[in-house]
Design a protein around this ligand. Structure first.
Ligand code: HRO
Length: 311
């Protein structure tokens, strides 16, 4: 009932983790593989191991999260190796690798290596990390995005999608969609955290995370309306062969239902996975199934992208 297809791969359930949430270590990835998630996606990786930003760098509030992790990861080789082990143990569950090199050349080098690992179902190229001091988010710089995608598709022919930051202006949606439609992308994931928010503790009069003077990416309930708008508008502007994957503020079956109604082909879970652990997948899947049953839907395509607006 909840099945879907991403980049030609069948997912038994249209829910899986957002990159960054519980997917950095081999043991995290094993827990995701054992869970009801329909796929596994790794932490964004670089060529070499990275420690990331100084701690504290992640903080939860009652309705969301702020992070400035700084891409702590084990280096791409570990995620390629884990793909082999994953494939032997869980052949039906697609394994996606998120890539976030520090430059075009670093991304090309990582992709050239990952190209050799058949067990990777697809790459999610992260063009939207908000937490690298001094480095802008690539996908807010449209000429840079074009240069990146030109270079990537020159060397990489296997299934690839990109992780976008949230956009807020309809002119920007149109400009970036026109660029993305030129490339053989399999999917876009909307959205990364809303960059450079500030959560503070009024009692101690202090910011809650250390990097960048307390600024970090915001996730959770705060970002659901922005995420839904991005899923909706990109579903309308992109070629139908580019699937939109929804990410942002999903903590219940109705949140996932809303993302699909706006056009999502699958839905990722970040902050709620951090709060609840991998049990969230079975719970949210059950809730989504109940909503679909009540409405008489048997497949997500029955309502995908069918949001009604008020005339
Ligand atoms: O590691 C991070 O700081 C991070 C990344 Cl890569 C990202 O894409 N989004 C985010 O909120 N944090």
């Amino acid at each position: 009932m909840l099945q879907t297809i991403i980049a030609g791969h069948h997912l038994p359930v249209c829910l899986y983790n957002a990159s960054g949430a519980m997917c950095t270590t081999k043991s995290d990835l094993g827990l995701l593989a054992d869970s009801h998630a329909g796929a596994v996606l790794t932490k964004s990786c670089t060529l070499a191991y990275r420690n990331g930003n100084p701690k504290p760098r992640y903080h939860e509030t009652a309705i969301g999260s702020i992070n400035s992790m700084g891409i702590p990861n084990l280096g791409y080789e570990v995620y390629a190796q884990t793909a082999l082990e994953h494939h032997q143990k869980y052949p039906p569950k697609p394994y996606f690798v998120s890539v976030s090199g520090m430059s075009i050349n670093e991304n090309l080098e990582i992709l050239a290596k990952l190209n050799q690992t058949e067990q990777i179902a697809a790459i999610e190229l992260n063009l939207s990390c908000p937490n690298l001091p001094g480095k802008p988010q690539v996908a807010y710089d449209f000429p840079q995005t074009e240069r990146m995608l030109d270079a990537v598709f020159d060397v990489y022919q296997k299934p690839l999608g990109i992780k976008l930051p949230p956009y807020f202006d309809l002119v920007h949606f149109e400009q970036i969609a026109t660029i993305l439609n030129q490339y053989p992308l399999h999917f876009v994931t909307c959205v990364n955290s809303i960059g450079n928010g500030l959560v503070i503790d009024w009692q101690t009069e202090t910011s809650v995370i250390k990097p960048k003077g307390g600024l970090g990416g915001i996730g959770g309930d705060y970002i659901k309306p922005t995420a839904l708008a991005n899923v909706r508008v990109f579903s309308q502007l992109l070629r139908p062969s580019i699937a939109v994957i929804g990410c942002g503020g999903v903590k219940s079956g109705s949140d996932a239902f809303e993302h699909i109604l706006c056009g999502a082909t699958a839905v990722q879970i970040g902050t709620q996975l951090m709060k609840e652990g991998t049990d969230c997948f079975a719970r949210i899947a059950t809730e989504l199934q109940q909503i679909m049953q009540q409405k008489g839907y048997t497949n997500i395509n029955d309502f995908k992208g069918k949001l009604k607006t008020i005339e």
